[in-house]
Design a protein around this ligand. Structure first.
Ligand code: CA2
Length: 148
């Protein structure tokens, strides 16, 4: 059986669609999950889609993904900018990692410009809203298919 792509979401992303639509868009995380499942289906991929507000749970899921996933797409929310623990977890995994953000973190406050994940990721997609998750699936599909 082919390995799934883990799509991991961090803190507060369960609140998407409820506030700050100008920054993060109007779609809920459930809408984004549906878009990911549909896009994955067209690419012949399977997605495991999760969200947590807890740093340690995210670390546990990264460890789990390292055993069972073909790749990891991650929007770690604010932990992106703060978590050495998540950086260390990603350093130790074999599957390729793509970092996604709904907003363009580089056009926002300086504290959001640094990512602990970017140095251990294959690539970073930000600023395209929920479409970024689909772009990440396309990128990972191409990477897994031809190594690009
Ligand atoms: O742009 C992104 O995807 C972020 O990862 C979102 C995080 C933020 O801390 C990062 O700097 C960039 C925040 C997600 C919070 O989302 C909310 C949505 C609606 C209401 C409250 C929070």
């Amino acid at each position: 059986m082919p390995k799934p792509i883990f799509v991991l979401n961090g803190p507060n992303l369960n609140r998407l669609g409820l506030r700050e639509p100008a920054v993060y868009g109007a779609e809920t995380l459930s809408d984004i999950e549906k878009r990911c499942s549909a896009r994955a289906h067209t690419l012949g991929l399977e997605v495991v889609f999760r969200q947590t507000n807890h740093e340690g749970e995210l670390v546990d899921w990264i460890h789990e993904a390292s055993e069972v996933a073909a790749a990891i797409i991650v929007n770690a929310g604010a932990y992106t900018h703060t978590s050495l623990a998540i950086h260390d977890a990603f350093r130790a995994v074999e599957p390729p990692v793509i970092e996604v953000h709904l907003s363009n973190i580089h056009a926002r406050e300086a504290v959001r410009h640094h990512s602990y994940i970017a140095p251990v990721a294959l690539g970073v997609i930000c600023g395209f809203g929920a479409t970024g998750y689909e772009l990440a699936l396309e990128a990972i599909h191409k990477h897994l298919t031809d190594g690009s």
